[in-house]
Design a protein around this ligand. Structure first.
Ligand code: NAD
Length: 322
């Protein structure tokens, strides 16, 4: 029986799907050294975001045929190297869309209402002063700027229009006009979205084009009253510059689910700043979504092993699969 390595804690449902077609090597610890040791004779890997799948690692696993990411982003896999070696890279782009959109909307509510700050002040006995110290804002009629109008961006737009009556403006040079929902206004100039947004949220993949793209040049265009949200990938944003803006009152707040360093270094400035909200790359980790994503990632591997075409092959084009 072929071996499949699973490098994170996943639901028993997903393990049961795999067990139908493979011997499962389960390492819920996610330990990197253990991974290097166990990957050597496996046919497939079910992979989280913590392991960087380098060409060197691929060469350690000569039988490897499938890498199945439990999530959307595949930026921790060297796609070119995998494709060159004929390794199929699978992901689960639809399984976590709604969940990440909900987390983003929760961030938008929490950061603009200063929820965590007010909670912390109240617990410290500052009930009277906290109420008027750092005033939250209404979202009704405010402008939400979305960079990257793909699966998640679209759902965030829909929810913010319905829940908060926000106006939505977007920047995404790669989509066609017919996917833009009624009421959403598309801009062809990214800078205008930064200038006009009261809340700006990032939903692009991490690519060579987007890496550290959101830095001083764009961030400086934002209104001092605006809020920045990132649930996409940490390396897209210059976090240090965001903190500088918060400290200089040139930005009102920022909420990050994803960070350049995961986990963050102990002394990172944004951890000390009361105008930030941070979650540990957990936007997709709800009770329901973790099961959905793991089962879909497992099913992709089983489909491959049993000779069917998996649903979401990220490097389909590179592998010349029709
Ligand atoms: P998607 O591919 O459906 O949408 C991405 C959109 O970004 C596309 O429409 C694309 O045209 C657009 N885009 C690409 N480059 C751009 C650029 N330079 N400027 C503007 N737009 C650009 O992906 P999705 O499912 O919406 O997910 C978006 C990203 O969110 C993923 O790539 C992943 O990194 C991240 N994500 C994070 C979590 C989490 O746990 N925090 C979970 C799922 C996805």
């Amino acid at each position: 029986m072929k071996k499949v390595l699973v490098n994170e804690k996943v639901s028993p449902d997903a393990l049961n799907i795999l067990k139908k077609a493979a011997e499962v090597v389960y390492m819920p610890s996610g330990d990197h050294d253990e991974f290097r040791r166990l990957v050597r004779d496996v046919t497939a890997v079910m992979l989280d975001t913590t392991i960087k799948f380098t060409p060197e690692l691929m060469d350690m696993a000569p039988d490897l045929k499938v890498i199945s990411r439990t999530g959307t982003g595949v930026d921790n896999v060297d796609i070119e190297a995998a494709t060159k070696r004929g390794i199929m890279v699978l992901h689960t782009p639809d399984a976590n869309t709604l969940t990440v959109a909900e987390h983003t909307v929760a961030f938008i509510g929490a950061i603009t209402k200063h929820m965590l700050f007010l909670d912390s002040e109240t617990r410290q006995g500052k009930f009277k002063t906290a109420r008027r110290l750092y005033l939250p804002v209404d979202l009704d009629g405010k402008t939400l700027g979305i960079i990257g109008y793909g699966r998640i961006g679209k759902q965030v737009a829909r929810r913010c229009m319905a829940a908060f009556n926000m106006k939505v403006i977007i920047y995404d040079p790669y989509i066609s006009d017919d996917v833009v929902a009624p009421g959403v206004v598309r801009y062809s100039n990214e800078e205008d979205v930064y200038k006009q947004a009261d809340v700006l949220t990032i939903h692009v993949p991490l690519t060579e084009e987007t890496r550290k793209h959101v830095r001083e040049k764009l961030l400086s265009l934002m209104k001092p009253s605006a809020y920045l949200i990132n649930t996409a990938r940490g390396n897209i944003i210059d976090e240090a510059y965001v903190v500088k803006m918060l400290n200089e009152n040139r930005l009102m707040g920022a909420a990050f689910d994803v960070l350049t360093n995961e986990p963050p270094l102990e002394d990172e400035e944004f951890l000390k700043n009361p105008k930030t909200i941070i979650s540990p790359h957990s936007a997709a980790l709800t009770a329901e979504c973790t099961v959905r994503v793991a089962c879909e990632a497992a099913q992709g591997i089983v489909d491959y092993l049993e000779g069917r075409m998996p649903k979401s092959i990220f490097n389909r084009k590179g592998l010349n699969i029709k």
